[in-house]
Design a protein around this ligand. Structure first.
Ligand SMILES: [Zn+2]
Length: 166
């Protein structure tokens, strides 16, 4: 899914949590993409090639893939891996002694990405490095999915905000 929708859904999932947990969870909810694509975005801005990111949709996937350096795909493997997420989650829990609730926002990101990426553009390497298996889902960049996703977000935000007023 795209990064803005990740932020909005994670914020919703933590709607009833305290503000600090909700903000941290939202940060963790965008971190897998921010950490994978952020450095490349900065690099492409510096080299004046940032235009390519403006139009990411099903007609441009292959062209954009060709311009992305290998290390971005490796960062994507690391940040979209449930085994790696588990090591940090349970390691943190064990060391600190309390469950890092906000860090579940990162797991949510990975789980949402599995069905919303096709093999054409960054399929989710959720079992990396144990397995290279990737699910061939529906691409979030397809127009009908974007409309359905943001439509669902708008309706859900409206409902929770109306519920908060009454
Ligand atoms: Zn992602």
């Amino acid at each position: 899914m795209d990064i803005l929708a990740h932020a909005l859904w994670t914020n919703l999932a933590y709607w009833n949590a305290d503000t600090s947990t909700r903000l941290w969870a939202t940060a963790f909810g965008v971190a897998p993409d921010a950490l994978s694509f952020g450095p490349e975005l900065v690099r492409s801005m510096v080299s004046r090639q940032a235009k390519k990111w403006r139009k990411v949709d099903e007609s441009t996937f292959e062209d954009i893939n060709r311009t992305i350096p290998r290390w971005v795909f490796r960062l994507y493997d690391i940040t979209h891996s449930i085994p790696i997420w588990s090591v940090v989650f349970f390691g943190w829990w064990w060391l600190v002694g309390s469950m890092p609730l906000a860090y579940l926002g990162w797991l949510g990101h990975i789980l949402v990405d599995i069905p919303t990426h096709s093999k054409r553009f960054f399929p989710t390497p959720f079992l990396w490095p144990l397995s290279d298996y990737k699910f061939d889902g529906i691409s979030w960049g397809v127009r009908w999915f974007m409309i359905a996703n943001y439509g669902s977000l708008a309706v859900t935000y409206l409902i929770v905000m109306l519920a908060a007023w009454t």
